[in-house]
Design a protein around this ligand. Structure first.
Ligand SMILES: [Zn+2]
Length: 217
């Protein structure tokens, strides 16, 4: 079994585990775009390697060593994204795909150098927290922009990193982490939000607003 495959599984399990608690093999299959049957097979192998525990009813859960690897890969991924964005000027909608490849081959030495060059950052270009060397990090707020009310002022904390079209759409409105915006109107029946960013008004689709995490100001 390739290291890269193992790391991708552990990372996917980590992400589902932190957002929804239980990790069903079906959810994992959907996320990895692999058939449920092969996911179940793979999960059993990971369990033999003591990286996850798996029971039919409890689903998949990372063991301590599985968690350690998942956080290490996340650290690589997010550091690389920031390195590409800050040091090489790669646009934020292009860094994720690249980091998906680099994260598996980064040596500890390069990791440390990138970390130092960037001044030991704690957030990637999409606002996601970067685990430190010990695997510690502060998860971001789980408030969705889509759930907020008209009249509120919020600050963007994090946006999802995997949809480059969405990132370009948001970038076009200046919607980046740490940017403040006002919610002027929320259309009923899951309609769009009217927002104000840097004195400009925009209509933001509901689907996009569901991909943005904010904190209230
Ligand atoms: Zn990413």
């Amino acid at each position: 079994m390739q290291n890269q495959v193992i790391e991708d599984y552990l990372k996917a399990i980590y992400k589902i585990q932190t957002t929804s608690g239980k990790v069903a093999t079906t959810a994992l299959a959907r996320r990895l775009k692999i058939s449920p049957a092969s996911v179940t097979q793979m999960v059993k192998k990971l369990s033999d390697m003591n990286l996850v525990t798996y029971t039919r009813y409890q689903g998949v859960e990372l063991t301590e060593s599985g968690m350690k690897i998942a956080l290490e890969v996340l650290r690589h991924h997010r550091l690389i994204e920031l390195f590409l964005a800050e040091a090489l000027g790669v646009p934020w909608d292009k860094v994720h795909e690249e980091a998906e490849k680099w994260e598996h081959v980064l040596s500890e030495d390069m990791e440390d150098r990138i970390d130092a060059l960037l001044g030991h950052p704690t957030r990637d270009p999409h606002g996601a927290p970067i685990p430190n060397r010990n695997g510690e990090m502060v998860e971001t707020s789980r408030l969705l922009l889509a759930d907020q009310k008209a009249g509120q002022t919020v600050e963007i904390v994090q946006v999802h990193d995997h949809d480059s079209e969405l990132l370009r759409y948001l970038g076009g409105m200046g919607l980046y982490p740490n940017v403040e915006l006002q919610i002027l109107e929320v259309a009923p029946f899951e309609g769009p939000l009217t927002i104000k960013v840097a004195d400009k008004e925009y209509t933001l689709g509901r689907k996009a607003a569901e991909q943005i995490f904010v904190r209230l100001l």
